[in-house]
Each structure stands twice: as structure tokens, then as C-alpha cells.
Design a protein around this ligand. Structure first.
Ligand SMILES: Nc1ncnc2c1ncn2[C@@H]1O[C@H](COP(=O)(O)OP(=O)(O)O)[C@@H](O)[C@H]1O
Ligand SMILES: O=P(O)(O)OC[C@H](O)CO
Length: 510
């Protein structure tokens, strides 16, 4: 029997967000309002400089716990939940034994740079942009394909087991869905088009695995999940707090945020400010090739409708630079304190901070870049550096919006933002100043989970169509530009000069 809780708005949709630093589950009502949240962090494993791993068994335990926690906090039962949506950190790569459910190695995280050498070698053999037309992606250690190849080459006996058909590959959506739907006991091995579009192994137009790329990367097709749409019922949860509930959506977290921000029309864009920052623009039902350093990716696909594509600007280091200021430099005690410190001065005092800690992602894709603080004089204080830290996020966004305008021909009229860093008012004002465009934040800042919930709700008819979802979007805050054009242009030139200084720091042989 179905119950309604104190919120009185049942039934509900549950979304699971398996993120880089934590897993969370959020229960939403029909108005897209949050009913309950549960969240748990997992260990970040750094076996060597540049290597980042996750324990997938720990992640699955945490997912089960946060699902149970969110259901309990909402005061509901599985019978009240009409569907489960999945969203996840993208690219992070796992292989496991389908007979035992045991991972063969820790998951290799998207930030991990161990495949740099492999990518360079592939680039030399087949050309740096050899796969861009088919996959929309440059050859870079960020994506899953090279990580799969690394596992096959480095885990003893794995290639033979994979060729025998005993091994499954998946990004974290696949891992969560396989376990949720029964694991060794009949779990479904699927991924969605958005996650598949980050592997470098899927053809963007056919939305199928690309046999020529699989053969260049020496990856056996037997390990691959079935590619499905982002909003359809893949199976039913077996066991756990949501046993019996249909699992009805999967989207990479940045695509889920695009969906949660209701960017359903061509030209609409959002930017999510977390550990890294990812801006995606809906480009309609045709993939747009980037000539300016952006990625072409799948935005979402609802059931058997046409896919919607997106251009993406990915920035590796934004919120994590604030964490670095707190944890490694000890200049602030909390992330929020950066705003107080940066607000104590009028400007950056001439300092520019380019956080190319793991090379530069969009629009440069340079793995040989490393971080610099440029323009230092004795005048510069830690407050100026704090300001330069915030400005780095805003300038990197500006570089991406410039590239988006060049690639899509669409001028930015306003930017929808979300993510942890958007609670920083100074950063949001700076962003609006540097972009010379309004910046708007919605009422529900948890757009990633909301997008997964929306897609799952559409799949089971909980919401009738995307118009109903759009009606739920409400503006919570807006910042408008206050900077004069001369200052903006002068500052932008200095920023670009500082970016130049980061390039070529790592020599090939290093
Ligand atoms: N007030 C703030 N100012 C600047 N950065 C912040 C602030 N609050 C949080 N952050 C940064 O935002 C990030 C957390 O945002 P979140 O959206 O939860 O990230 P993720 O989903 O990537 O884990 C952290 O890197 C943190 O340093
Ligand atoms: O888990 P997040 O929010 O850090 O997002 C990671 C991105 O999906 C990486 O491409």
C-alpha cells in the first residue's frame, strides 16, 4: 500500500548520484522539490603522483546505505517510489568478473593521468585527432577507452579472461545498475548514450560501439555494456530499500545537470561549479564538430526519440583549487572563507593564478602544462591570491564561452549555474563581469540529481513531458555585469598571458 508522508506530495522519484567524492541519494516530489537527502564520502586513493583510484566495492556499499538513508529520512517505503534515476561521475573506469561480482582492480578515476603515455603513443600511431570525428573527443587520458586498455595490459591474465567473456567493463552507471538489478543474479549490463559518449569508443552518430576504434585500442567487444537511451526502464531493483522499483534513467552527472536545469532548447547552456567545472550547451539533434577545443558529446536521449547533442567545455580544477588553498596552503580554514579573504581587497593586485595542476583541459588539452602564479610583486598579499583563485574559475569559463560562441554561432545571453561554488557571491559577480552576461541560479541547486529524477520520471510517465519539468524551474538568484569593457579586456589579456606561461613545463621524457 502506498503512503504519503508529512510532505503530503507522494508518490516520489529517487535519484542516486555516484559522484567523484561522494555518493548521494535524493528523494524528489512531483514539483521537483527535495524531500530527503543522504550522502556518504568514499576514499580517494592516490597510489602514485597523477594516479587516482576508487574502491568500487566501497562505492556500492555506500550507494546501498544512502538509498536506505534517504528512504528512511523521507519516512516512505519502496511502494511510494515510482522510479529510480542514476547519475554518476563520468569516464571513471571499472572492470569486474561477472561470475563473482568482484572488481579486478580499483576503478581508475577520470582525473587519473596514467594513460598519458599510452595516449601519446596512440596519437603517434593514428594521429592526435584520429578519433575526434567519430567520438567528438581528443585523445586524452581523461576518457575511458585508454583506461580500459591500460587495465587489459596491466592486470595479469585479464585479457584472456575478457576474451573468454568472463569480464565486464562499465562506467559507474553500469556498475550501480548491474548491482542494483541483481548483480551475479541476473543484473543487467547496460550504459546510457551520455556515459558511452565519454568512453572514446562510441560512434556519435550511430550511437553504437565503433569497431575500428575498438580494434585500434585492442579492446574486446565482449566486455562492453549494451548502450541504451538515458530515460527508459532498464530493470527492477532487487533487494535493498527500493526493491521492486524500476531503474529508469542514467545520465553522466554533467548531462544530468543540463537536464535538471531544463536546457531543452538548442542554444541553452549551464555551467556546474564543483571540484571541476563543466559547461554544456544544447546543440539540438545534430552533433556540432568543435574547432575551438570543446568536446562534442551526447546531451541526453529520451526513450526512442532523437538524441540531443551538446558541446562541452571541461575545466579540471576549480573548486579543488579552493580545497588546495585550504588543505595544502592553509590560507583559509573553510572553502567559504575564500570569499571573505578575497573581498578584503579591491582587485587581484596584479596576480593571476592558472591552476594547470593536471595539465589544461578545454580549450587547450595540454597535458604538458603545469600551474603558475604570474605577476607577483612584493605588493601582493594572500588576499590578492585568494582573489586570483576565484578569478581563475571565472576566466576559464570565459575562455569556454568564447569557444562555444565560435563553434555554435550562438551568443551567450545568460548562463544558468549550479554546484557548490555558486554559494560564493563574489565569484558569481566576477563571473557575470568577465562574461559580460547575466548569471542565474535556480532554486533547486541539486540539479544533477534532479536531472536524473526528471529523466526517470519521464520514462515511467510520472511527468508527462519536458514542458511540465520546465514549469518547475524557478530562479533563486541573479548577478548582472558591473565591469567596464576596458578593464575587462585588459584583465583578459593578462590572464591569457599567464596561461601561456603554463605551457610546455613537462618535457616529453618526463
Ligand atoms: N563558498 C565557496 N567558495 C568557493 N568554493 C566553494 C565554496 N563552497 C564550496 N566550494 C567548493 O565547491 C566544491 C564542492 O562543490 P560540489 O558541487 O559539492 O562538488 P562535487 O559535486 O564536484 O563534489 C569544493 O571543491 C569546494 O572547494
Ligand atoms: O563527480 P563530479 O561532480 O566531480 O563530476 C565529474 C565529471 O563527471 C567528470 O567528467
Amino acid at each position: 500500500m502506498s503512503t504519503t508522508d508529512s510532505h503530503g506530495h507522494g508518490p516520489f522519484i529517487a535519484a542516486i548520484d555516484q559522484g567523484t567524492t561522494s555518493s548521494r541519494c535524493i528523494v524528489f516530489d512531483r514539483d521537483g522539490r527535495i524531500v530527503s537527502v543522504d550522502q556518504k564520502e568514499h576514499e580517494q586513493i592516490f597510489p602514485k603522483p597523477g594516479w587516482v583510484e576508487h574502491d568500487a566495492a566501497e562505492i556500492w556499499r555506500n550507494v546501498q546505505e544512502v538509498v536506505a538513508g534517504a528512504v528512511e529520512k523521507a519516512g516512505i517505503t519502496a511502494a511510494d517510489v515510482k522510479a529510480i534515476g542514476i547519475t554518476n561521475q563520468r569516464e571513471t573506469t571499472l572492470m569486474w568478473d561477472k561470475n563473482t561480482g568482484e572488481p579486478v582492480h580499483n576503478a581508475i578515476v577520470w582525473q587519473d593521468t596514467r594513460t598519458d603515455g599510452l595516449c601519446k603513443e596512440l596519437g603517434r600511431n593514428v594521429g592526435q585527432d584520429r578519433f575526434r570525428r567519430e567520438t567528438g573527443l581528443p585523445l586524452a587520458s581523461y576518457f575511458s577507452g585508454p583506461k580500459v586498455r591500460w587495465l587489459l595490459d596491466n592486470v595479469e591474465g585479464l585479457r584472456e579472461r575478457a576474451e573468454r567473456g568472463d569480464i565486464l567493463f562499465g562506467t559507474m552507471d553500469s556498475w550501480v545498475i548491474w548491482n542494483l538489478t541483481g548483480g551475479v543474479d541476473g543484473g543487467v549490463h547496460v550504459t546510457d548514450v551520455t556515459n558511452a559518449s565519454r568512453t572514446m569508443l562510441m560512434n556519435l552518430r550511430s550511437l553504437a560501439w565503433d569497431e575500428r576504434i575498438l580494434s585500434s585500442m585492442e579492446i574486446p567487444a565482449a566486455v562492453l555494456p549494451e548502450i541504451r537511451s538515458s530515460a527508459e526502464v532498464y530493470g527492477t531493483a532487487k533487494g535493498g530499500a527500493l526493491a521492486g522499483v524500476p531503474v529508469a534513467s542514467a545520465l553522466g552527472d554533467q548531462q544530468a545537470a543540463l537536464f535538471g536545469q531544463t536546457c531543452f532548447d538548442q542554444g541553452e547552456a549551464k555551467s556546474t561549479y564543483g571540484t571541476g567545472t563543466f559547461m554544456l550547451m544544447n546543440t539540438g539533434d545534430e552533433p556540432v564538430q568543435s574547432y575551438n577545443g570543446l568536446l562534442t558529446t551526447v546531451g541526453y536521449r529520451i526513450g526512442d526519440q532523437k538524441p540531443v547533442y551538446a558541446l562541452e567545455g571541461s575545466i579540471a580544477v576549480t573548486g579543488s583549487l579552493v580545497q588546495w588553498m585550504r588543505d595544502q596552503m592553509g590560507l583559509i580554514k573553510s572553502a567559504a572563507e575564500i570569499e571573505t579573504l578575497a573581498s578584503s581587497v579591491e582587485d587581484n593586485g596584479g596576480a593571476y593564478f592558472v591552476p594547470a595542476f593536471s595539465g589544461l583541459f578545454a580549450p587547450y588539452w595540454r597535458s604538458d602544462a603545469r600551474g603558475v602564479i604570474a605577476g607577483l610583486t612584493r605588493y601582493v598579499t594572500k588576499a590578492h591570491i585568494a582573489r586570483a583563485v576565484l578569478e581563475a574559475t571565472a576566466w576559464q569559463t570565459r575562455e569556454i564561452t568564447d569557444a562555444m560562441t565560435k563553434d555554435s554561432g550562438v551568443e551567450l545571453t545568460a548562463l544558468k549555474v549550479d554546484g557548490g561554488m555558486t554559494s560564493n557571491n563574489l565569484l558569481m559577480q566576477t563571473l557575470s563581469d568577465f562574461l559580460d552576461a547575466p548569471v542565474v541560479r535556480p532554486m533547486v541547486a541539486e540539479t544533477t540529481c534532479l536531472g536524473a529524477a526528471y529523466a526517470a520520471g519521464l520514462a515511467v510517465g510520472f511527468w508527462p513531458d519536458t514542458d511540465a519539468l520546465r514549469a518547475n524551474w524557478r530562479r533563486a538568484a541573479e548577478w548582472t555585469p558591473r565591469m567596464d569593457a576596458d578593464t575587462r579586456d585588459r584583465e583578459y589579456k593578462s590572464w591569457l598571458k599567464a596561461v601561456e606561461r603554463t605551457m610546455g613545463w613537462i618535457e616529453d621524457e618526463e
